[in-house]
Write a protein that binds this ligand. Structure first.
Ligand code: C5P
Length: 212
């Protein structure tokens, strides 16, 4: 099978030398890519900038901004049987990016932001993707309710939800405690390494692919 995975943060340019981003390490997405490749599948890894070593034998497409990730996913998703969106896509980007570095001439400055496209949310509605669709939800409250809302709105088969208000798991950590929110049920696997969670998620993905 071919598995498309998005991973890492995106960088949204403010000017030629500055950007807005987030603390995503990319660990979850890279662990998923490694697991899927080791299971003998083709992996297309579309990733924002990370400090991680690239797993062997993945088809790696580096991107920076959400807009770039959007058009890259749009181009490749038709090849995928399973698509897993583990990237922490910036919700907003600066409305205008000047060609020259912004000078510090004023005491105050305001950055106007505009909303980025929802890549996961476009998979079904815009890219007409019909394979298995898996999203992530990083929440600080009402974990299951918010994740289920996302599952329904974005047409996912599975949303992997984690509580990012906890310091011991999630962003930039090696461990995670997640909920698997399916259309018909929710499962709560125990807290575990991202490597082992990647195995569980890939396992679920194949099961969903078989039953589609
Ligand atoms: O809505 P929220 O950002 O919490 O949704 C998280 C899920 O949606 C993740 O799977 C993330 O990769 C994906 N996403 C996306 N494009 C965006 C925002 C989120 O693909 N612009």
């Amino acid at each position: 099978m071919t598995i498309l995975i998005t991973a890492g943060p995106t960088r949204e340019a403010i000017d030629p030398v500055r950007y807005l981003s987030n603390r995503s390490s990319g660990k979850m997405g890279y662990a998923l890519a490694e697991t899927a490749v080791k299971a003998g599948h083709r992996v297309i890894l579309i990733s924002g900038p990370t400090q991680l070593d690239l797993p062997d034998r993945v088809d790696y497409i580096p991107v920076e901004s959400a807009a770039e990730m959007f058009s890259t996913v749009e181009h490749w998703i038709g090849k995928a049987d399973i698509a897993i969106f583990a990237a922490a896509v910036a919700d907003y980007r600066p409305a205008k990016v000047p060609e020259q570095k912004i000078k510090k001439n004023n005491e105050h400055m305001t950055l106007e932001l505009v909303k980025n496209p929802d890549i996961l949310g476009s998979a079904r509605s815009q890219f007409n993707y019909e394979g298995v669709l898996i999203g992530f939800a990083a929440e600080t409250e009402n974990l299951e309710t918010n994740a289920r809302g996302k599952l329904e709105r974005k047409g996912c088969d599975l949303v992997v939800a984690n509580d990012v208000s906890r310091k011991d798991i999630g962003f930039d950590s090696n461990e995670n405690e997640v909920l698997f929110v399916f259309k018909d049920r929710t499962e709560a696997p125990p807290k575990d390494s991202k490597q082992h969670l990647a195995h569980l998620i890939i396992e679920q993905a194949f099961e969903l692919a078989e039953n589609r």
